[in-house]
Design a protein around this ligand. Structure first.
Ligand code: HEC
Ligand code: HEC
Ligand code: HEC
Ligand code: HEC
Length: 268
């Protein structure tokens, strides 16, 4: 993400060591500074289709995040939406080597709009006070469903024709070997680090400004999931996409020219 014109509040927040706290404060900061044209993340979103403001609602983050009464079951920070509760059919094939788990929490976040089962403007905590309903409030009257199968934004609940998610990362070592040899492994781009007391993995991309061995915004992040007692790296929607970036129309973490996204993980 490009961080333009960082404000004073932002600088103070950047100095705080705790990453999770920093993420939460970052959201609060934006909610406080909402409308400030110099706010970098808001600037990133407001040129994209993820800017859902309009119809009397001007808070850009509120469609996804809230400072209070968030949905703690979804692992996207301070999530302001209900999980759609849908059951998903996931990609599977005889040639899959990794374990497929249920759709991960951060993917549930994306699918809470993109599966087309609920309006994009349904939130738990509406802007302003006293607008809380755990069953959801339609901010603009519930008129913006992503439910047209002819549109690219509609994924539906049948994900069997989509890239696997909730899938164990193939370059991870189990019993001394990669799960699948055709994946970038440790020492080749797969990295892990203890961030905030949690083991986190990512795949380095070599995008401009990207530092090897450091978890950057332009790396493909893997999500730590409990696989029968072991915490292991999994691919979810936000591995390839960052819902905030304005770098590409499809919110990819890096440019996909020459299938760069794909060959970050797949050795072909
Ligand atoms: C369309 C939905 C959506 C909107 C709008 C949105 N976010 Fe997010 N945000 C997400 C999702 C999903 C994640 C978790 C993805 C991840 O793991 O990076 C996230 C993660 C974050 C994080 C933590 C991870 C990171 O990238 O640092 C911060 C901080 C954040 N959002 C701030 C904001 C702020 C501030 C706004 C408003 C300017 C905003 N978001 C608007 C969906 C959204
Ligand atoms: C609050 C609802 C909401 C959430 C949550 C959300 N999106 Fe979106 N997304 C939208 C809307 C609305 C559009 C624009 C649809 C349009 O105008 O055709 C969109 C568009 C997109 C597009 C571009 C699609 C196209 O038509 O080219 C991508 C890619 C995308 N979203 C990915 C994601 C991912 C990945 C996540 C989770 C990390 C996510 N979105 C979370 C509402 C959401
Ligand atoms: C392994 C990487 C990867 C994962 C995981 C992934 N996507 Fe994508 N997604 C892409 C790429 C690459 C494109 C761009 C396709 C293109 O340009 O043709 C894309 C495109 C899209 C689009 C635009 C419509 C289209 O088909 O071009 C939407 C919407 C979208 N993704 C949402 C999601 C959601 C929601 C999830 C999780 C359920 C997800 N993606 C998981 C890589 C991924
Ligand atoms: C973050 C890492 C990552 C990225 C990026 C990625 N993939 Fe994958 N891909 C996986 C994993 C993990 C699997 C599951 C492999 C397994 O377990 O056998 C997979 C599976 C697949 C499969 C199914 C293979 C089978 O045996 O059925 C195809 C096809 C595929 N990916 C294509 C792509 C394409 C095309 C792109 C770029 C748009 C892409 N992948 C990007 C990690 C990734």
């Amino acid at each position: 993400m490009r961080r333009r014109h960082p404000g004073l509040v932002h600088l103070v927040i950047s100095l705080l060591a705790d990453r999770k706290l920093r993420a939460w404060l970052f959201i609060l900061e934006t909610l406080i500074l909402c409308g400030n044209p110099n706010q970098s993340r808001a600037q990133d979103i407001d040129s994209t289709v993820h800017d859902l403001t309009g119809g009397g609602v001007s808070e850009i983050c509120v469609f996804c995040h809230t400072p209070h009464t968030a949905n703690a079951e979804v692992q996207a920070p301070l999530w302001n939406k209900l999980a759609s509760g849908a059951t998903y059919a996931l990609y599977d094939s005889t040639t899959i080597d990794g374990t497929v788990l249920a759709v991960g929490s951060v993917s549930v976040a994306c699918l809470s709009c993109h599966d087309g089962t609920q309006s994009t403007d349904v939130v738990i905590n509406a802007p302003g006070s006293r607008g809380i309903d755990i069953n959801g409030i339609a901010l603009r009257g519930g008129n913006r469903f992503l439910d047209d199968p002819s549109k690219p934004d509609f994924l539906g609940t049948d994900l069997t024709d989509d890239h696997p998610i909730g899938i164990q990362y193939g370059g991870f070592i189990v019993n001394g070997n990669k799960i699948d040899p055709d994946f970038v492994g440790i020492g080749e781009g797969l990295n892990s680090s203890n961030i905030n007391g949690k083991l986190r993995w990512w795949v380095d991309t070599g995008a401009p400004g990207n530092s090897p061995g450091v978890r950057d915004k332009t790396d493909l992040v893997l999500y730590s999931r409990d696989n029968g007692g072991a915490i292991e790296p999994f691919v979810e929607c936000a591995t390839c996409h960052d819902p905030h970036t304005d770098q590409s129309e499809t919110f990819l973490r890096i440019d996909n020219t020459g299938s760069q996204v794909c060959i970050t993980c797949h050795v072909k």
